[in-house]
Design a protein around this ligand. Structure first.
Ligand SMILES: [Zn+2]
Ligand SMILES: [Zn+2]
Length: 361
């Protein structure tokens, strides 16, 4: 029987989000209905609302979630009702050219739900990143459900579903940071701080946090930054060189994703160093730089989609590190809010007042 629950919907470009009644169909053979317990507020939800991802309104927002499996489709084998799961927006298909070459972390065709969730009047909803988890329940593909240890607080665990995984993975999987490396991270929000924690885990000998906001630099120290640079107080490239013996860091991670920060990352790294872009630029942004610099500087320029994570491998690992006290996953939870407070949480996120607001259902 189809169920009616409450969910956060973006109806049109730029309009404030609203809590609506939504209809969840019974799961098809490879689908799962999840009772959502928590869901973090991510910049990507705001990008959907602003029409920056695509025009498939109305959207059912939310994609950083933990919950419990309620009902499973007839062919589901990976989870059973009652399991605690974190939802992943990368659910490798096993059949695309990336999966077939043994690179499921690059899968180009994630398997999400096929049956539409709808508004009460039957209008189909587009679930954010195939999940749509700012809702009391959501319908997802089986591959999106990653079973995790019961003992982890779901408000913390759910954050692995997007921003924290993206940042940690940018350092550990994409760069990848090697033991003894010097690392700088530009932008110390949730993604940047997770990259700092990842660099520490990977054995960096120096982890330099860069931001315009002193309060964020303090938070960054809590995640293991060994040095901080306030980007507003002078030349960032020069400051990073001075902190690294005059050479620049081996790895610079741009967790902002603007032309200015990317250029700083490009110029600040050591010769043959690595830049990782994990902050998401807008389609309008342009970069103009001398091509000879790309040749002359050598090294690697990488982008990190979702931290190049493989959810089945990385979510349980990070939960284990959290439970052992080796990864402060709960420190990303700045506040716990209700489902009807998402719009205000967007504003706090834009003002940089929180690492993560987490909706608790
Ligand atoms: Zn695939
Ligand atoms: Zn996200």
């Amino acid at each position: 029987m189809a169920q009616q629950v409450r969910g956060v919907v973006a109806r049109s470009k730029g309009a404030p989000v609203t809590v609506e009644t939504i209809v969840i169909p019974d799961p098809g053979p490879h689908e799962v209905v999840v009772e959502v317990e928590t869901c973090g507020v991510c910049h990507t939800d705001l990008h959907y609302r602003e029409g920056g991802i695509n025009d498939d309104f109305p959207f059912l927002l939310g994609h950083e979630a933990a919950g419990r499996v309620e009902t499973v489709g007839s062919a589901v084998t990976k989870v059973t009702p009652g399991d605690r799961v974190v939802l992943a927006w990368r659910a490798p298909c096993g059949e695309c050219r990336a999966c077939e070459r043994g690179r499921p972390h690059l899968c180009f065709d994630s398997r999400h739900q096929g049956s539409p969730m709808t508004l009460e009047d039957g209008t189909p909803l587009t679930p954010a990143l195939g999940l749509g988890a700012f809702a009391e329940k959501t319908l997802v593909g089986e591959g999106a459900c990653i079973k995790v240890d019961e003992r982890a607080d779901p408000a913390a665990a759910g954050l692995l579903g997007c921003g924290v995984m993206a940042g940690w993975g940018a350092a550990v999987n994409t760069a990848p940071v090697q033991k003894g490396d010097t690392v700088a991270v530009l932008g110390c929000g949730g993604v940047g701080d997770a990259a700092i924690a990842g660099a520490v885990y990977a054995g960096a000998r120096q982890v330099i946090a860069v931001d315009l906001d002193d309060r964020k630099l303090e938070w960054a120290k809590g995640f293991g930054a060994t040095h901080t640079v306030n980007a507003g107080s002078g030349d960032v490239v020069q400051a990073l060189r001075e902190l690294t013996g005059g050479f620049g860091p081996d790895v610079v991670i741009d967790a902002v994703g603007r032309p200015e920060t990317y250029q700083q990352a490009f110029e600040a790294r050591d010769l043959a160093g690595t830049v990782v872009l994990v902050g998401v630029p807008t389609p309008q942004m342009r970069l103009e730089m001398p091509l000879i610099e790309f040749f002359g500087h050598g090294g690697a320029l990488k982008s990190s989609w979702y931290g190049d994570c493989l959810p089945t491998r990385d979510f349980p690992l990070l939960i284990e590190l959290f439970l052992q006290g080796r990864f402060a996953l709960d420190a990303f939870v700045s506040e716990r809010i209700a489902l009807d407070e998402v719009e205000e949480a967007f504003h706090r996120m834009e003002r940089g007042e929180v690492l993560r607001s987490v909706v608790v259902l």
